[in-house]
Design a protein around this ligand. Structure first.
Ligand code: MCN
Ligand code: CUN
Length: 783
C-alpha cells in the first residue's frame, strides 16, 4: 500500500493548520464575540422540576425592571403558532413550555433586556406556579403501566413509547443461538454523557425590519440544514435567511440540533426590531443541550467452544429524554447501531431497539458517536471480552481468530452494511507489536503474583462514516449530498467554497490540501470559505465524520473539473491537441517534451485573457459540483490500553494506550493524529469519569465541571499511535473519515483493561474508583 508520504506532487502532508494563525493568537471570532449596533440580550428561565404542570406564570415584576424590553412566555408563542417546533426526528419539542415542563432545565420564559446582566436578573423575578408530578428517570421503567405519561401533549400517546426498530434476521439468529455450544449474555449500559464543548451554544439574530432579511450568527455544525429548517418552521422565505456559523469552539455533535434558545433569539429580534444575542452558561449547556448514549443493552453472543463467534443478539432500551430530537438519518431511529456486528465474520445477527421518553433533556446523537456507532462498538467489543472471560481465552487471540479477512472485502454484514475495504489482522498485529503484547502479558502474570493489579484491554472497531447515499438516507427529507465550488483567480490564487463547517477539525487546511493535491497549487494560495449560507453551496453539514468522505470528495471532483477545463485551455496556449498533453502534478506539458508546459497559474491567467478559446469553452477557471456518495466509508482500528489499578482504592491509572487507525489515505497526518489524540482522551473520560446522572426526582447531578468530570493531561498517557493505509475504493482520493474513530474505539479498550486487571466479567462505565472497588467486592455500582 502506498502511503501519502510516498506519493509525488502531493498537497498532502503535515502542513501546519492555517486557521491556527488566528486561533492561537486569540483572534478567533466566536458567536459571543459578535456585537451588532443596538444589540439586545436574551436570557432563558428554566424549569427547576423534571416534571411539573405549569399552573401560572407571573412576569409583571420582570417586565417592570429597568432595561427590560420584553418577557416572552409559551402563551405568547402559542398566539404566534411557535410554542412547539419540529425536531430532526419528526417529533415536536416545546420552544417555551406551555402545559408542562418535562425535564429539569427546560425553557420556560425568555427575557430581552439592554444587557446580559439585566436579562439574567429579570429571569429571577419571574414567578411560576408549578404542580410537581412524579418523574420518569429509569428508562427501563418508562414503559411500566403505572408510569406517568410524559407526552400527554401528543394525541394517541398513552405511554412513553417512541419507536421499535430492528435489523438482522431474527429467525436465523435464534437458530444459530439454539445450536451454539456456548452462549453468554450480559446487561451493558452505555451511560448518558455530554459532549461538553468548551464553547457553549448561542446565537445572535438580526432581523432587518425593512428588508425582512434574517441574519443568524449561531453555533451550528450544519448551517445550510438549519437555514432550511428555519424556513420550514417559521415560514420565512429561505432566500431571506442567512445563517452564519463563525468560529466554533468545539461541537462534537452537540451543535447539530436546533435549540429553543436559537429560536428565541430570532423571535426576540422580530419582536424588538433589534439584534438579540442569547448565549447560555455552562450549567444551562450541560443540563439542556444534546446529550449522548443512554443505551441500556442486553447483549448475547454465541460461539463454539474453541472460540469461533457465530452470532450476536441484542435488545436495547434507548432513553431519548422528553422529546425525540436525535439527529440521525430518517430511516434509522437507532442511528447506525445495526453496525454492531463489528469487525467479525458472523453467521447471523439481530438487534431490536425500543425508544422511550423520560424526564430528561432531549438529544441522544452527539459526542463523536458516528450516529450511535459508539454504542454498537462498545456492545460488540464488551461482548467479545465477556466471551473471552468465559472461555478463558486471550482477548487479542480471540479477536484475531474472528476478524474479517482482507479477501472478504467488499463485505456485506448480516445487518446489511457493505464494508468497502480493510485489512483488519494487519492493524491488530501492528498494535500488538507496538504494545509488545506477549511481554505485557508476562509482566501482568508476574505482578499478579505480587498482588499488583495490571490490566491489558483490547478493542477493535469498524465505523461507517460519510452519510450518505441519497437513495439510502436523508434528514427531515433532505438528501445527504454536498456541493462544492472552486474559483481560480487570474493570478492563480484559489477560493474553495464548501458546505461543511469546521469546529476545530482543521477544514481550512485539509480542504485546501485536497485542492492543492489535485491542481498543484500551494496550500497557502487556497482560501477555504465555509460556515455562511450566503457564501457557500448547499450541503448537510459536519457530523458523522462526513466532511472528508462527502465534501472532501466533492472538493477533489470540483478540482478535477477545473483540471479538465485547464487542459483544454493549455492545449490552445500550446497549440496542440488536448490528447497530446500530460498532467505533471502542477502543469500540463506536451507528451515527451516536459519543457513545453503551462502551469495552472499560467492557465488561470490565460483563461481570463484575450486568448482565443476552443469552441464551447467559456472563459475563466471555475466550477461547481454536487457529490452524492455511492457508499459510506469504513475506517477501522485496533486499540490496546494498559492500566494499573490500585488494589486499595480502585483508582485507575492509564499507563499506556496504543492506537492503530486506518482511515485510508491521510490528507494531513498531523491533523489526523490530533483528531485521534482528542478522541482517545474522550474515551478515557467516558470510561473512567464522565456521566450525566440524575436523582430519583430527576435533578441533574452533573451541571458543572465540578461534577461532570472531563479528562485532562493528568489522566491521559502519552498516546502511542500507529497507522495502516487501506484506501476507500470509491472515494476519489481514497480517504475515509476519522474525526470520531478514537471516541468510538477507545472507551471499550479502557474498560476491557480495567476489568482484565480486576478479573471481573462486566461492570458499567464510568469506572470511578468507587465503581471499580465495588466490582472488586462483587457489588457492582450502577449509575
Ligand atoms: N482527515 C484527513 N485524512 C483523512 C480523514 C480526515 O486529513 N483520511 C482530516 C479532515 O480533512 C479533517 C479532519 O481530519 O480536517 C476530520 O475529518 P473527518 O473525519 O472528515 O471529520 P469531520 O471533519 O466531518 O469532523 C466531524 C467529526 C465529528 S462528527 C465530531 S463529533 C468531532 C470530530 O470530528 N467533533 C470535533 N472531531 C472534532 N475535533 C474538534 N477539534 N472539535 C470538534 O467539535
Ligand atoms: Cu454523533 S457526534 Mo459528530 O456526528 O457531530
Amino acid at each position: 500500500m502506498t502511503t501519502v508520504e510516498e506519493r509525488p506532487h502531493t498537497g498532502f502532508g503535515r502542513t501546519l493548520r492555517k486557521e491556527d494563525v488566528r486561533l492561537v493568537r486569540g483572534k478567533g471570532n466566536y458567536v459571543d464575540d459578535v456585537r451588532l449596533p443596538g444589540m439586545l440580550h436574551g436570557a432563558l428561565l428554566r424549569s427547576p422540576y423534571a416534571h411539573a404542570r405549569i399552573l401560572s406564570i407571573d412576569t409583571s415584576a420582570a417586565e417592570a425592571m429597568p432595561k427590560v424590553l420584553a418577557v416572552i412566555t409559551g402563551e405568547t408563542l402559542k398566539g404566534l403558532g411557535l410554542a412547539w417546533m419540529p425536531t430532526l426526528s419528526y417529533d415536536v419539542q416545546a420552544v417555551l413550555a406551555t402545559d408542562k415542563v418535562r425535564y429539569q432545565g427546560q425553557e420556560v420564559a425568555f427575557v430581552i433586556a439592554e444587557d446580559h446582566y439585566a436579562a439574567r436578573d429579570a429571569v429571577e423575578l419571574i414567578e411560576v406556579d408549578y404542580e410537581p408530578l412524579p418523574a420518569v428517570i429509569d428508562a427501563k421503567k418508562a414503559l411500566d403501566p403505572d408510569s406517568p405519561v410524559i407526552r400527554d401533549d401528543k394525541e394517541n400517546q398513552a405511554d412513553n413509547h417512541i419507536f421499535d426498530w430492528e435489523a438482522g434476521d431474527q429467525a436465523k439468529t435464534d437458530e444459530v443461538f439454539a445450536n451454539a455450544e456456548v452462549v453468554v449474555a450480559e446487561d451493558i449500559l452505555y451511560p448518558r454523557v455530554h459532549p461538553a464543548p468548551l464553547e457553549t451554544c448561542g446565537s445572535v439574530a438580526d432581523m432587518d425590519p425593512v428588508t425582512g432579511k434574517l441574519t443568524l450568527y449561531t453555533t451550528s455544525q450544519a448551517p445550510h440544514a438549519h437555514r432550511t429548517v428555519y424556513a420550514l418552521v417559521a415560514g420565512l422565505p429561505e432566500h431571506k435567511i442567512r445563517v452564519i456559523a463563525p468560529d466554533i469552539g468545539g461541537g462534537f455533535g452537540n451543535k447539530v440540533g436546533i435549540y429553543p434558545g436559537y429560536v428565541m433569539s430570532i423571535v426576540g429580534s422580530i419582536v424588538t426590531g433589534k439584534p438579540v444575542k442569547w448565549v447560555e452558561d455552562r450549567s444551562e449547556h450541560l443540563m439542556s443541550t444534546a446529550f449522548a448514549r443512554d443505551y441500556h443493552m442486553r447483549g448475547e453472543i454465541a460461539a463454539t467452544k474453541d472460540g469461533k463467534i457465530l452470532g450476536l443478539r441484542v435488545k436495547v432500551i434507548a432513553d431519548h429524554g422528553a422529546f425525540n430530537a436525535t439527529a440521525q438519518p430518517t430511516k434509522f431511529p437507532a442511528g447506525f447501531f445495526h453496525v454492531f456486528t463489528g469487525s467479525y465474520d458472523l453467521q447471523a445477527a439481530h438487534c431490536s431497539v425500543t425508544g422511550v421518553y423520560t424526564n430528561k433533556a432531549p438529544g441522544g446523537v452527539a459526542y463523536a458517536c458516528s450516529f450511535r456507532i459508539t454504542e454498537a462498538v462498545y456492545l460488540v467489543e464488551r461482548m467479545v471480552d465477556v466471551l473471552a472471560y468465559e472461555l478463558k481465552a486471550d482477548p487479542a487471540e480471540l479477536r484475531m481468530k474472528n476478524l474479517l479477512q482482507p479477501e472478504q472485502f467488499p463485505y456485506t454484514t448480516q445487518t446489511g452494511w457493505e464494508y468497502d475495504s480493510g485489512d483488519y489482522p494487519k492493524a491488530l498485529q501492528l498494535a500488538m507489536d507496538m504494545a509488545g503484547y506477549d511481554e505485557l502479558r508476562r509482566e501482568q502474570a508476574e505482578k499478579r503474583e505480587r498482588g499488583e493489579l495490571m490490566g491489558i484491554g483490547v478493542a477493535f472497531f469498524t465505523e461507517a462514516v460519510g452519510a450518505g447515499p441519497r437513495k439510502h438516507m436523508d434528514i427531515l427529507g433532505l438528501g445527504m449530498a454536498d456541493g462544492a465550488e472552486l474559483r481560480i483567480h487570474p493570478t492563480g490564487k484559489a477560493v474553495l467554497r464548501i458546505s461543511v463547517k469546521t469546529q476545530g477539525q482543521g477544514h481550512e487546511t485539509t480542504f485546501a490540501q485536497i485542492v492543492g493535491n489535485e491542481l498543484g497549487l500551494p496550500t497557502a494560495d487556497i482560501e477555504v470559505v465555509h460556515g455562511d449560507t450566503d457564501q457557500t453551496p448547499f450541503g448537510l453539514g459536519t457530523y458523522g465524520s462526513r466532511s472528508t468522505p462527502v465534501s472532501g470528495a466533492a472538493t477533489a471532483l470540483v478540482a478535477r473539473k477545473i483540471r479538465d477545463k485547464a487542459k483544454i485551455i493549455a492545449s490552445a496556449m500550446l497549440e496542440v491537441s488536448p490528447d497530446d498533453l500530460e498532467w505533471a502534478g502542477d502543469r500540463f506539458h506536451v507528451k515527451g517534451d516536459p519543457e513545453q508546459a503551462k502551469t495552472i497559474q499560467e492557465i488561470a491567467m490565460a483563461a481570463h485573457s484575450s486568448l482565443e478559446l476552443p469552441e464551447g469553452i467559456e472563459g475563466h477557471l471555475d466550477a461547481t459540483t454536487v457529490y452524492n456518495p455511492p457508499n459510506l466509508t469504513y475506517p477501522f482500528g485496533a486499540y490496546i490500553c494498559v492500566v494499573d489499578v490500585d488494589p486499595g482504592t480502585g483508582g485507575v491509572k492509564v499507563r499506556r494506550f496504543i492506537a492503530v487507525d486506518d482511515c485510508g489515505v491521510r490528507i494531513n497526518p498531523m491533523i489526523v493524529e490530533g483528531q485521534v489524540h482528542g478522541g482517545l482522551a474522550d474515551g478515557v473520560g467516558m470510561a473512567l469519569m464522565q456521566v450525566i446522572a440524575f436523582d430519583e426526582e430527576g435533578n441533574h447531578l452533573g451541571a458543572s465541571f465540578m461534577d461532570y468530570l472531563l479528562p485532562t493531561s493528568l489522566e491521559c498517557p502519552s498516546w502511542e499511535l500507529g497507522a495502516t493505509y487501506t484506501p476507500s475504493p470509491h472515494h476519489p482520493i481514497g480517504a475515509k473519515g476519522v474525526g470520531e474513530s478514537a471516541t468510538v474505539g477507545s472507551p471499550c479498550a479502557v474498560v476491557n483493561a480495567v476489568l482484565d486487571a480486576i478479573k471481573v466479567r462486566h461492570a458499567d462505565m464510568p469506572l470511578t474508583p468507587a465503581a471499580v472497588w465495588g466490582a472488586m467486592q462483587g457489588r457492582p455500582i450502577r449509575t
